[in-house]
Design a protein around this ligand. Structure first.
Ligand code: CS2
Length: 493
């Protein structure tokens, strides 16, 4: 039997097989324009908006997706073909998969093809929020100084030609300018990336760009645009062909790009919006005056915990995070990192029992049904580690705390970047915008043990800290000598 394609027209037939949107999708207005529609946006924010539409008829809060890069062409094609819809497959630890069709995204604009259309959409009176998942690396700042990178060629270009934007900064400022000219209120810029103080960082970067472009506009942005800080959480592995096969087998449904995720979901947001917001508190989203403790806890435990497993895990040959967790040596090492290095720095977090939180992270990481690849976790480590792990090491150095687990992960990362193969000589799937540079520096190990650490915008001042350097060299030598990180991790616990 020919599989049924996911489309508005087929929802009637599909609705008999699995939950599908019951709201009138043609009545949805785009209160939200989202830049960076990847798996995470679709398992998290778009899912929340879908629930608001289902349960609270929030017709003003539908989503129009925007892709800024050529690399977004695939998602653009699939979503356009499927009327913005996709299936969300929630994978429970007991092996049960819940599948439902999500309908909150109803349009998609590929800005590389039509920048004006994207600007007009953001400048439309219905748009109240422009939200972002542009990854940790998308904010265009130097990891060590935090300053906006004006040397980026795309930034140079769009500063010269403001009506031909390329990056998120050019698009946001062009759209805000248009709103101002049209007498419309500014939209909120809602960052949903894993960066501590993501709203403050977004504000700092947008303002730096705007100041250079047009001081008067920068002033308007300063006063009119709000940038709430947020903490977002839902583990969302890369979609593999098995997800498509599952839908075809169980529902005779052909979805070209479903999303898989864990059951857990959390969103904490500072209640500071320029132009209204959806009633997300109805769904358990937490609105708080200050998101700092939550984001710090999540980034320093969950995201760092992932890297602590993922980098040595890749070298050892564990394919997924759950396979790392099945290996007692890895799970013990990760928990010790959390207990001895991350927790003392976090201190007390009001209203949260950190022991329970860490226990729940262990359970989530161990979900055998999720199969979150270590290659996804290690991807873009050059942007992630300066936010997830290095600050914990720096803060421990300041107070004389333990640094051995964190340092071991950085030394493993050098080895990983140098060798590019696992213990059995299988090539590692390394995805990092700075992959070549990392490899070049790492492979100088036999000539200069500190070469990797000299990439100063990643490692900041670590190179000048004697205690750190001593520990790092000791670990690096042990890893190069022994090759199997697992033996060393076992000896450390
Ligand atoms: C992961 C995150 O990218 C990573 O390294 O730690 O994608 C993580 O799965 C999410 O932040 C979970 O909310």
């Amino acid at each position: 039997m020919k599989a049924i394609e996911l489309s508005q027209q087929n929802l009637g037939v599909l609705g008999a097989k699995l939950p599908c949107p019951s709201y009138d999708r043609s009545a949805i207005k785009h209160g939200i324009v989202h830049i960076g529609v990847g798996g995470f946006h679709r398992s998290h924010q778009a899912y929340y908006m879908h629930l608001l539409l289902e349960q609270y008829q929030a017709y003003n809060w539908g989503i129009c997706g925007i892709g800024l890069r050529e690399a977004d062409r695939n998602i653009s094609n699939v979503l356009t073909k499927q009327g913005g819809m996709y299936t969300l497959i929630t994978q429970h630890p007991d092996g049960i998969d819940n599948c439902e069709v999500i309908g909150s995204i109803t349009d998609f604009i590929l800005a590389v093809d039509d920048p004006k259309k994207a600007i007009d959409k953001m400048a439309h009176p219905d748009t109240k929020i422009v939200s972002l998942t542009i990854t940790e690396g998308g904010y265009n700042f130097s990891a060590s100084t935090g300053a906006f990178d004006f040397d980026n060629p795309d930034i140079v270009y769009e500063l010269k030609y403001p009506d031909q934007p390329k990056t998120v900064f050019g698009f946001l400022t062009a759209a805000l300018k248009k709103r101002r000219e049209n007498g419309l209120p500014a939209f909120t810029i809602l960052s949903c990336d894993n960066i501590q103080h993501n709203g403050d960082v977004a504000k700092k970067m947008v303002s730096a760009f705007a100041k250079k472009q047009n001081a008067d506009m920068a002033d308007w942005i300063e006063h009119e645009v709000s940038f709430p800080n947020t903490m977002v959480d839902r583990i969302t592995p890369v979609t593999t062909p098995s997800a498509m096969e599952l839908l075809e087998k169980n529902y005779n449904l052909k979805d070209e790009w479903p999303v898989v995720c864990e059951p857990y979901i959390q969103w904490v947001i500072e209640d500071n919006f320029s132009n209204g917001r959806p009633p997300l508190e109805q769904l358990g989203v937490q609105f708080v005056p200050d998101v700092t403790p939550y984001e710090k806890m999540k980034i320093r435990l969950l995201n760092a915990g992932h890297s602590v497993l993922g980098i040595p895990g890749a070298i050892h040959g564990h394919p997924t995070i759950n396979s790392c967790m099945e290996d007692k040596v890895f799970s013990t090492f990760m928990r010790q990192f959390m207990d001895e290095e991350a927790t003392p720095i976090l201190g007390e977090i009001q209203g949260i029992n950190l022991e329970d939180y860490k226990d729940s992270l262990e359970e989530r990481f161990a979900n055998p049904n999720i199969k979150d690849s270590v290659s996804r976790i290690c991807s873009e480590s050059s942007a992630k580690l300066p936010k997830f792990l290095i600050p914990t090491i720096i803060e421990n150095l300041k107070v004389g705390g333990s640094i051995k687990y964190g340092t071991f992960v950085l030394a493993s990362w050098c080895y990983y970047s140098d060798k590019g193969v696992d213990l059995k000589n299988n090539p590692l799937e390394i995805m990092d915008a700075r992959k070549d540079e990392l490899h070049e520096e790492a492979k100088k190990y036999s000539l200069d043990k500190l070469s990797f650490l000299k990439i100063s915008d990643i490692f900041g001042g670590l190179l000048s800290n004697q205690r750190f350097v001593k520990e790092y060299i000791k670990m690096l030598d042990a890893i190069y000598l022994n090759r199997d990180v697992r033996d060393l991790m076992k000896a450390m616990s």
